[in-house]
Design a protein around this ligand. Structure first.
Ligand code: PMP
Length: 292
């Protein structure tokens, strides 16, 4: 049986959930999105994800056709309708149907759909072992263009980076910003641990302010670790004791090498494992209840 998709105000079978060829989300990547997870019948960090969605929409002057609380309800309904406990939820808002010119003025009604399904970014085996990552040539978007803080439907930069990583036989591609500092991977934030201190690039390095990133920062501070947001270089990663990536889909996954240099022991690190355990505890105990 297929999924039920929330599509412009109605729950419909996935076979019927179709976007017009004139939708500017498709023609121009004009829109925004969020990826959210539910664990054990609770939607994790739903408010945080939705805040980012509204901020992204505001930045591109796109009006989300639902109020915050209405959108929240629609997401809960979609997960419930699909009887999912553990799910990956994709919320997409596009500029809607227009003509073949790019002018968004011609798009009168935004398209809003919600998919509640599953996701697996890396095989269980790779997650267990840790990722081999390479630095790619494609740079993170310039803040002077579409801000990297906007989670838009324009992911071609990141896709180019992913292709480079695939071509190199690596699990992930690490993207630098226009100054040569580390920004993030194609869909995940990066952290290093050196001498007991947790470091991640600041948002000004062109990183998306990840919800998982912020959760990890809180966890680390909560267990008494020193946390720093500062620019880091490839050399900082090569010489780190531990390194991991964070993202809603990826969760927390260790990086065991960058550009062929083994990081730390070449295995998932002790501190990373501790943070991962705390994260897993939070995901199981917090969040918006889907079922009464
Ligand atoms: N960076 C980018 C470019 C992303 O697309 C994402 C989300 N997939 C992240 C970082 C991680 O963000 P979050 O933890 O909110 O999922």
């Amino acid at each position: 049986m297929g999924l039920l998709i929330y599509f412009n105000g109605r729950l419909i079978p996935e076979k019927e959930a179709k976007v017009s060829v004139f939708d500017h989300g498709l023609l121009y990547g004009d829109g925004v999105f969020e990826g959210i997870r539910s664990y054990n019948g609770r939607i994790f960090k739903l408010d945080e994800h939705l805040k980012r969605l509204y901020v992204s929409a505001n930045a591109i002057m796109l009006n989300i056709p639902l109020e915050f609380s209405e959108l929240k309800d629609a997401i809960v309904q979609t997960v419930r309708a699909n009887k999912l406990k553990d799910s990956y939820i994709r919320v997409v808002v596009t500029r809607g149907v227009g003509d073949l010119g790019l002018d968004p003025k011609k798009c009168k009604i935004p398209t809003l759909f919600i998919i509640a399904s599953k996701i697996e970014l890396y095989s269980a085996d790779i997650c267990e072992k840790g990722l081999d990552v390479v630095t790619v040539a494609t740079r993170r978007n310039l803040p002077e263009t579409v801000s990297p803080s906007v989670k838009s439907l324009n992911y071609l930069n990141n896709i180019m980076a992913k292709i480079e990583a695939n071509n190199a036989g690596a699990s992930e591609g690490l993207m630098l910003n226009h100054e040569g500092y580390i920004s993030e991977c194609t869909g995940e934030n990066i952290f290093i641990i050196s001498g007991g201190c947790l470091t991640t690039p600041p948002v000004s390095a062109g990183t998306l302010e990840g919800v998982t990133r912020n959760t990890v920062i809180d966890i680390a501070a909560g267990i008494g670790m020193e946390v720093r947001e500062r620019n880091i270089t490839r050399c900082d990663v090569w010489s780190a004791d531990e390194c991991f990536l964070t993202g809603t889909a990826a969760e927390i996954v260790s990086v065991i090498s960058l550009d062929g240099r083994i990081i730390g022991t070449g295995k998932s690190g002790e501190v990373t494992n501790k943070i991962r355990k705390e994260y897993s505890f939070l995901t199981m105990s917090e969040g918006v209840l889907v079922y009464e």
